[in-house]
Each structure stands twice: as structure tokens, then as C-alpha cells.
Design a binder for this molecule. Structure first.
Ligand code: CA2
Length: 145
């Protein structure tokens, strides 16, 4: 049976659509999940969000054992978490790092992603449309297109 693609979202993204619409838009995370499922077609998808770093690491471990590809928006953990970076290094398949905003034009605090160096590809600045684009790209990368 085909393995799922994991889409993991980090802290505060459960509040997407409720504030800073000029940066993040008005689409909610459940709506983003629907966009991803439409892009996945009949491909299996595990779409999740957590505010906990340890939960995020545990889900990467689950994806290492059961997933074909990994799409991560680690949110603020992008810039702080060696634990997430180390876990991602163990993932044997393709990894897409995804950000709704362009982290490279948001000032010094947001400049240095710990994740980009272990990712296969990076998508940033396309708004929530980056999610279905990432899912389609991942289908190509894992050969399910
Ligand atoms: O642009 C992205 O996707 C980010 O990963 C979002 C993070 C930010 O720390 C990264 O630099 C870029 C912040 C997520 C905050 O979640 C929101 C909550 C409510 C409304 C909008 C976003």
C-alpha cells in the first residue's frame, strides 16, 4: 500500500486566518487542509498541526517509519529547533520546507532557517497557495504523479 505524504504545521498556525491577514491571508488551516487534499487526489495525506516541539519531533519520527514524503511548515521552530533539524536529517525521502510568507524579507529574526539546509526544496512567499503547490511537487518527487 502507498505510504502517505505528511504535512506538518508548527505553532500558532491553528490560528491562521484570524490575524495579520496582510501577511498570512484570511484562509483558515482547515481550509488549507482541503486545498492539500484536493491537490493530493487519491494520494494519502496526513495533515497535522501542533504547538508542541516534542509532538512535532514525534510526528517526524512517525513519518520516518511510515511516510513517503514530508512537507513541513515549522513556523517559529524553523529558527530555533535543533531537535527538529536533527529529526529531519533522519527522514529518508524528500522534504519540502514551506512558509506562507517570504521569510527572507521579514528582517533579521526570520532570516536563518535551520531547516533549509536539510530540506530538498523550499517554498516561501506564495501565501497558502504554497501548500497545494508543495503537495503536487511532492507527488512528483515521490513518483505518485
Ligand atoms: O510564513 C510562514 O508560514 C511562517 O512559518 C509562519 C510563522 C512565522 O514565525 C514564520 O517566520 C513564517 C508564524 C505562524 C503564526 O501563525 C499565524 C497565526 C495567526 C495568523 C497568522 C499566522
Amino acid at each position: 500500500m502507498a505510504k502517505p505524504v505528511y504535512v506538518l504545521n508548527g505553532p500558532n498556525l491553528n490560528r491562521l486566518g484570524t490575524r495579520e491577514p496582510q501577511i498570512y491571508g484570511r484562509t483558515t488551516l482547515p481550509e488549507v487542509e482541503l486545498l492539500c487534499r484536493a491537490a493530493a487526489g487519491d494520494g494519502k495525506l496526513e495533515f497535522r498541526q501542533t504547538n508542541s516541539e516534542s509532538q512535532f519531533v514525534d510526528w517526524i519520527h512517525e513519518a520516518i517509519d511510515h511516510g513517503s514524503g514530508l512537507i513541513v511548515n515549522p513556523a517559529a521552530f524553523t529558527f530555533t529547533s535543533m531537535a527538529i533539524m536533527d529529526a529531519l536529517k533522519m527522514f529518508p525521502g524528500p522534504i519540502i520546507e514551506l512558509h506562507i510568507s517570504n521569510i527572507h524579507r521579514r528582517g533579521p529574526l526570520y532570516e536563518k532557517s535551520l531547516v533549509s539546509g536539510v530540506a530538498t526544496a523550499v517554498i516561501a512567499g506564495l501565501g497558502v497557495n504554497g501548500y497545494p503547490i508543495a503537495v503536487r511537487a511532492m507527488r512528483d518527487l515521490v513518483g505518485q504523479a
